[in-house]
Design a binder for this molecule. Structure first.
Ligand SMILES: [Cu+2]
Length: 69
């Protein structure tokens, strides 16, 4: 079973920021895919909720240096 979550993310200023956050998220066990759009200020993640929780995803975005609203 997979679930998706979309976060409003602040602090992404370019394609490099998008790549950085996608790389950090997809490195986590349980994350299937991640999409980021700095212009629209969002990150969408597809994940397996039995392996990783939404709070962990949010923590990873913050650890990458961005903000979650
Ligand atoms: Cu950037």
């Amino acid at each position: 079973m997979t679930q998706s979550a979309t976060f409003i993310v602040t602090g992404m200023k370019c394609g490099g920021c998008e790549k950085n956050v996608i790389q950090k998220l997809t490195a986590l066990e349980g994350v299937i895919s991640a999409v980021a759009d700095y212009k629209e200020h969002y990150v969408s993640i597809e994940f397996k909720p039995e392996i990783i929780e939404i709070d962990d995803l949010e923590d990873a975005i913050i650890a990458a240096g961005f903000g979650v609203e």
